[in-house]
Design a protein around this ligand. Structure first.
Ligand code: HEC
Length: 122
């Protein structure tokens, strides 16, 4: 359960079980950062690429971030965890994003530094 602020249900916060690193013995993932869900305002499921892009740049939906702060966010341990997700409880490796982390950061920085253009709505 996301709870009132995305940090879990009252009395059972995400950090109750999720620590500061992946736990190889139990398969419980963790990151050196405050483990929680992205806010609902950052929900991108079902959005067109144009809308997703607009939401990513919209300070009212992205945690009040400007371009530099968006890049800083991508460098946090919690976001970077996605590329080091560890193995699950059955020792099956979790699937990282399809683009390597370094390449992802480079492309994101290029996008921000070149004006953060969005695709045309269709
Ligand atoms: C009661 C303990 C507990 C709490 C509280 C908890 N988790 Fe987990 N979580 C687990 C366990 C155990 C696993 C590993 C399950 C597995 O690998 O089969 C897991 C796995 C995950 C995964 C990886 C899923 C995957 O596909 O492998 C994510 C992401 C996650 N939790 C996020 C959260 C978030 C966000 C919260 C708070 C809103 C939260 N968890 C609260 C125990 C917990």
């Amino acid at each position: 359960m996301r709870g009132p602020d995305g940090h879990g249900a009252k009395g059972l916060a995400c950090a109750t079980c999720h620590g500061r690193a992946n736990n190889a013995a139990s398969g419980v993932p963790g990151a050196d950062g405050d483990w929680h869900l992205a806010p609902l305002a950052m929900g991108w499921e079902g959005l067109t690429p144009a809308l997703r892009c607009a939401h990513l740049k919209d300070a009212s939906r992205n945690g009040g971030r400007n371009g530099t702060a968006v890049i800083d966010h991508l460098k946090t341990a919690l976001v970077a965890w996605a590329w080091q997700p560890g193995d699950d409880a059955r020792n099956r490796p979790r699937t990282p994003p399809p683009v390597p982390y370094d390449e992802f950061l480079k492309i994101a920085e290029l996008w921000i530094n070149s004006g953060a253009a969005c695709p045309e709505p269709n």
